[in-house]
Design a protein around this ligand. Structure first.
Ligand code: URA
Length: 434
């Protein structure tokens, strides 16, 4: 086969065959296709899209570029959740131990910050000593001992995705539905799961700004994962407000601990419970929503999930006794009287990057302690001089940080018009695209 012909074929809107896709991924994974050629193919896919069959083949080939976990002598169901990333999204931290406390194994491969959205691994590394780079064997050992682990993808898992993602990141080809689908699923399905829960974000704090696009992605992911043998449910969540009050690294771990201690912000607890309940139903541990919900509530309120989180941290060499849960607070106040009309949520993420809590370059060292505690919500009436947010452990914000924060919060003289009445989350179980 000839890569130049395959690129031209896709560029002209033709469908690639399963053999062509398998060949490309295999050659690319073995370093036999130049980065320039693979980038050109990614751009052709970006503009021409892929059919469901092509997306299935791409995902399957990328999955098989690496190893896949198997769990031959374990009878606990294997489950994971993937979020496409949003501002303040710390849900993986309470969710994994909730499932583990209820008899489910969670071998979670997670990521670092991507653009303005934070990464679960960065958050966990704010706990002194916490190790995210575990070998496959060590990862399996923690799952067997504790029931949950959260690690970065080692080179064993979907190496073709690692290389392709690095190219997409620098060639403007991230936001492509078939490429995102293959990228996420090639990693997640290598965990050897019985089921997968997807949290697809849309809105100003997500990389899919439009709900319709997020729905398209949800449908594609659900269809492809099912074809490849992993039952998958997706919910769509609105990211026009951050999740919870805390945005950053250490402060988000603190808020996750609050959820595990039976308190914390209502939206964060509710989203954790919604995702956890879907998980129990999808692996068949429960058949009724209400009883599954009660199980989740029980382990959040009786300390069982909190204990699992502590066990996981210890197993990954972290020390929660050294983790400081108090933060110095520096208020940013409202410049005028008015109403919170809306947030440009991703600006909070960019402010965190500017403060040093996120990366501009892959090699940047993070300041885990800096963060934002948001004190207001859309629709709140506010008065001049009232604190809108606290900067955490960041006493001297630069002019640029203050400018970005000013762009994040829209204050108007009149109350905002009421919401559209859309469900805050929408479940995608049916394949609506085929
Ligand atoms: N996360 C991934 O792992 N891959 C993508 O392509 C986008 C988000």
């Amino acid at each position: 086969m000839n890569i130049a012909e395959i690129i031209a074929w896709k560029r002209d809107g033709e469908e690639l065959s399963a053999q062509q896709i398998a060949w490309v991924v295999d050659q690319f994974a073995h370093g036999k296709i130049a980065d320039a050629q693979m980038s050109a193919l990614a751009m052709a896919i970006f503009f021409q899209d892929m059919t469901i069959d092509e997306t299935i083949q791409l995902t399957s080939s990328m999955l098989h570029s690496g190893k896949r976990l198997t769990w031959p002598d374990s009878d606990r169901p294997k489950l994971d959740k993937h979020s496409t990333g949003g501002i303040g999204d710390k849900i993986s931290l309470p969710l994994a131990p909730v499932w583990a406390a209820l008899g489910i194994d969670v071998p979670m491969i997670s990521g670092r910050g991507l653009g303005p959205t934070g990464g679960t691994l960065d958050k966990l590394e704010s706990i002194p000593g916490f190790q995210v780079n575990l070998s496959r064997e060590a990862m399996v050992k923690v799952v067997r001992a504790v029931g949950c682990v959260i690690v970065s993808a080692s080179d064993d898992f979907a190496p073709a995705d690692k290389r392709l993602y690095a190219l997409r990141d620098v060639t403007g080809t991230v936001a492509s539905i078939p490429l995102i689908t293959a990228s996420i699923l090639s990693k997640k399905l290598s965990e050897g799961l019985d089921a997968l829960i997807m949290d697809i974000k849309w809105g100003s704090g997500a990389f899919m700004k439009q709900r319709a696009k997020a729905l398209e992605l949800a449908n594609r992911i659900v269809a492809v994962a099912r074809q490849l043998g992993t039952p998958t449910r997706a919910i769509l969540t609105d990211m026009n407000q951050p999740i919870g009050r805390m945005i950053g690294n250490a402060c988000e771990v603190h808020e996750a601990l609050e959820i595990l201690e039976g308190c914390g912000p209502a939206d964060t607890r509710e989203l954790t419970m919604v995702l956890a309940t879907h998980g129990l139903l999808s692996v068949g541990l429960e058949t009724q929503w209400a009883s599954a919900w009660r199980q989740v509530e029980m382990v959040l309120d009786n300390g069982a999930a909190r204990e699992k989180f502590s066990e996981m941290v210890r197993a990954q060499e972290g020390d929660l006794n050294q983790f400081n849960r108090s933060f110095q607070r520096y208020p940013i106040v409202a410049p005028v009287d008015g109403w919170i009309q809306r947030f440009d949520c991703e600006k909070f993420g960019y402010a965190i990057i500017e403060m040093g809590g996120g990366r501009k370059q892959a090699s940047d060292q993070l300041d885990f302690r800096c963060g934002i505690e948001l004190l207001v919500e859309v629709g709140n009436k506010i008065q001049r001089g009232q604190p809108l947010l606290y900067l955490l452990d960041h006493p001297q914000p630069s002019a640029r940080v203050l400018e970005i924060l000013q762009q994040a919060i829209f204050i108007t003289e009149h109350p905002p018009v009421s919401s559209t009445g859309e469900a805050p989350w929408l479940l995608v179980e049916q394949n609506e695209t085929t």
